[in-house]
Ligand binder design. Structure first.
Ligand code: ASP
Length: 589
C-alpha cells in the first residue's frame, strides 16, 4: 500500500494505464531542468523511483526539497519516452506544488554510485540512505531477515530474546564492558553471542530456540567485520549434528531463494582435513580451481634437500608462466612471511605432451621428478607452478594463501558456492609453554565419539600432541570463501566436560567461577543439544552483491570503530564518571 493521506501513489508507480488520473505524489526533488521560460521538468524521487513532473513556476524549487506534487498523468510523446525509467512513458502535467520542507544543498551527489569518502557518507548517512543502492540493500536485508524468520518458524523454532547485559561469555574475543552504577567496580559484558543462554534454554525445555541476535566483539574491524553484528542464532535438543545441518541448510536455501529466486540445491559437505589438503584453508573458496596437489611421494628419494620435507605440494596457475621475476620474488617473500622456508616456482615450457620446466631449482631435480610433477599437476605450456615443501600444516596454509592471492575472484562474482565444512579439530594447537591444548572452539564442544579414546590416553599420561588428531563435532558454513557461521554439538555430560576441563587446565573452582551457572544447570538434566549461528550481515552482503558489509548496515561504524554521525565513542561527563565510580588514567600514547 503506497497511498496515504498525503499521496495517492508512489513515485515509481505510475504507468500508461494511469493516464488521465488526477494524482498526488510526495518525495524529494531529485533534479530540475528548465523546459521553457516558465516550465521546468522536476524529477520527484522516493524509494520506489522517479516521476517526471512538468511544473509551472518551479524556480524556487531546489534539489532535495521535500514536496507534494498534484497533477494529471499524461502519456509522453513517443520521442520523449525513457525506457530506462519504470515511469518513463508518462509524466505529470498541470502540477500544483506544495513545499513540505526546504533543504540545504547536500554535501555529495545522491543520484549514482558515490565516489565520496566513506567518512562523509557516514557523517551524513541519512542522505546516503536516500540513494537507490542503499534503499535496495536495506530492503534486501529486510527480506533476508523475514525469510530467515519464516524458515525457522516453519521448522518449529521458537524465538527467545536473551539479555544484552551479561557476564562474560567464553567465545574467545575481547568483550565490550559496561560499568555498573549500582555495584561500582563491577562490570557487565555485552554478549559476544547468546551461547550460554541458548544452552540454558535447552535445559529449560524450549527444544528449538532461535533469535536474530545482536552480538558484540571488540576486535579489529575489516570489510567483513563490525564491532556489532547480527547472527541467526539457533539451538536444538535431542539432535545430532546432521539434524542441525539439515535445519540450517533449509533456512539458508529458503532465504537465498526468497531473495534471488534461485534454488542452490543440497548444500554439500567437505571435511576440515579435505579442505586443508585441497584448498589450504578451513573456509575453502571452491569457485575456482588451482587446488593444492600432493607431490610428496614424487620426491621420496630426491637428492634435492629442500624437497626432503614431510609434505610437498604444488599449485598450477594456468597461463601465468610469464609472471615477472619481481612478482615471483614478491610471492616468495610473502610465502616466507606466511611461515614457509621458501617457495619454488617453475615456468612450464615445451609443447603439450612434452612439457619442460624452467626454474632456478631445475638443475637439482631429476628428469623423472620433473616429468612426474608436471604430469601430476596437469601442467601445460605457459603455466606457472608454485611448490612448497615443509611441515604439512605450513605447506597447506602457505599454498592456500598463494592460491587466493593469485586466483580469487571478487567475493560477489560467479554465483554462490555454499559448503559445509565438518569434522573440525577439537584443539587448534598445543601451547608449548604450558603443555596444554588450545581449544579451537568454546570448551563445551563435543569431541567426535571415535576419537574419545585419544583423550583418555592423554589423560592417562600419553603424548599431549596426539590431541591434535581429535576431531570435534563442530562445523562451519562457508560461502565463496567467507566463513558465514559455525556451530557444534555441545557436551551435555558432566563426565566428558570434566575431562575436557582437565585437559585445558581449567580447575573446578575456575570452571565454576566462569561458567558455574551452566554447569549447575546441567546437573538438573540437560538434553543432548547442538546449535549454530551465522552472520546475517555477511549473508545479506553476498545476496546484495556487496563486498563490504557496511553497505548493508544502516548505521555502521568506520574501520576505526567510530560513528562520524553521532560522534561515538565520545567522552563521558565527569559527573557520569563519578556516579559510576570511575576515574580515567591519562592516555598511554
Ligand atoms: N556461539 C557460536 C558463535 O557465535 C555459534 C555456536 O556455536 O552456536 O560463533
Amino acid at each position: 500500500m503506497t497511498s496515504t493521506s498525503l499521496r495517492t501513489h508512489s513515485c515509481g508507480e505510475l504507468r500508461l494505464e494511469h493516464v488521465g488520473a488526477a494524482v498526488s505524489l510526495c518525495g524529494w526533488v531529485s533534479a530540475r531542468r528548465e523546459h521553457s521560460q516558465h516550465l521546468a521538468f522536476v524529477d520527484l524521487r522516493d524509494h520506489t523511483g522517479i516521476t517526471q513532473c512538468v511544473v509551472d513556476g518551479a524556480s524556487d524549487l531546489r534539489g532535495e526539497y521535500v514536496v507534494r506534487i498534484s497533477g494529471t498523468v499524461v502519456a509522453r510523446g513517443p520521442e520523449h519516452r525513457n525506457p530506462n525509467v519504470a515511469t518513463g512513458e508518462i509524466e505529470l502535467h498541470d502540477c500544483t506544488v506544495e513545499v513540505l520542507a526546504t533543504a540545504e544543498a547536500p554535501p555529495f551527489r545522491l543520484d549514482d554510485r558515490v565516489e565520496t569518502d566513506e567518512t562523509i557518507r557516514l557523517r551524513y548517512r541519512y542522505l546516503d540512505l536516500r540513494r537507490a543502492e542503499m534503499q535496495r540493500n536495506l530492503r534486501v536485508r529486510a527480506k533476508v531477515n523475514s525469510a530467515v524468520r519464516s524458515a525457522m518458524e516453519q521448522q518449529g523454532f521458537v524465538e527467545v530474546e536473551t539479555p544484552m547485559l551479561i557476564a562474560s561469555t567464553p567465545e574467545g574475543a575481547r568483550d565490550f564492558v559496561v560499568p555498573s552504577r549500582l555495584k561500582p567496580g563491577s562490570f557487565y559484558a555485552l554478549p559476544q553471542s547468546p551461547q550460554l543462554f541458548k544452552q540454558l534454554c535447552m535445559v529449560g525445555g524450549i527444544d528449538r530456540y532461535y533469535q536474530i541476535a545482536r552480538c558484540l566483539r571488540d576486535e579489529d574491524l575489516r570489510a567483513d567485520r563490525q564491532f556489532e553484528f547480527m547472527q541467526l542464532d539457533a539451538e536444538m535438543s535431542f539432535v545430532t549434528q546432521s539434524d542441525v545441518l539439515d535445519a540450517i541448510s533449509t533456512t539458508v536455501r529458503h532465504t537465498i531463494q526468497a531473495v534471488t529466486g534461485n534454488d542452490i540445491g543440497e548444500i554439500p559437505q567437505m571435511t576440515w582435513r579435505e579442505a586443508q589438503e585441497r584448498y589450504g584453508s578451513d573456509k575453502p573458496d571452491v569457485r575456482f580451481g588451482m587446488e593444492l596437489v600432493e607431490l610428496t611421494s614424487i620426491f621420496a628419494e630426491t637428492g634435492f634437500n629442500a624437497f626432503k620435507a614431510p609434505c610437498v605440494k604444488g599449485i598450477r596457475v594456468p597461463g601465468a608462466g610469464d609472471t615477472s621475476r619481481s612478482r615471483l620474488d614478491d610471492l616468495t617473500d610473502r610465502a616466507k612471511r606466511w611461515g614457509a622456508k621458501g617457495l619454488v616456482w617453475m615456468r612450464v615450457k615445451g609443447e603439450a605432451g612434452h612439457v619442460e620446466v624452467e626454474s632456478p631449482v631445475a638443475k637439482f631435480l631429476s628428469e623423472a621428478e620433473c616429468a612426474s610433477l608436471a604430469a601430476t599437476l596437469d601442467a601445460e605450456p605457459g603455466d606457472l607452478l608454485l611448490l612448497v615443501a615443509d611441515e604439512r600444516p605450513t605447506t597447506c596454509h602457505v599454498l592456500g594463501l598463494l592460491r587466493l592471492e593469485l586466483g580469487r575472484p571478487p567475493v560477489t562474482d560467479g554465483g554462490l558456492a555454499v559448503w559445509w565444512v565438518v569434522d573440525f579439530p577439537l584443539f587448534e594447537s598445543i601451547d608449548e609453554a604450558t603443555g596444554r591444548p588450545v581449544p579451537a572452539h568454546h570448551p563445551f564442544t563435543m569431541p567426535n565419539d571415535e576419537d574419545a579414546s585419544i583423550i583418555d590416553e592423554v589423560l592417562a599420561g600419553g603424548d599431549v600432541h596426539r590431541l591434535l588428531e581429535v576431531r570435534s563435532q563442530a562445523y562451519d558454513l562457508v560461502i565463496n570463501g567467507w566463513e558465514l557461521g559455525s556451530g557444534s554439538v555441545r557436551i551435555h555430560r558432566p563426565d566428558i566436560q570434566s575431562k575436557i576441563f582437565r585437559l585445558l587446565g581449567i580447575g573446578e573452582e575456575d570452571a565454576h567461577e566462569k561458567f558455574g551457572f551452566l554447569l549447575d544447570a546441567f546437573r538438573y538434566g540437560a538434553p543432548p543439544h547442538a546449535g549454530f549461528a551465522f552472520g546475517m550481515d555477511r549473508l545479506t552482503a553476498l545476496l546484495a552483491g556487496e563486498e563490504n558489509i557496511r553497505e548493508v548496515i544502516a548505521f555502521p561504524k568506520t574501520q576505526t570503530g567510530s560513528d562520524p554521525l553521532t560522534g561515538a565513542p565520545s567522552d563521558l561527563d565527569p559527573a557520569q564518571l563519578h556516579e559510576l565510580g570511575l576515574r580515567l588514567l591519562p592516555p598511554t600514547s
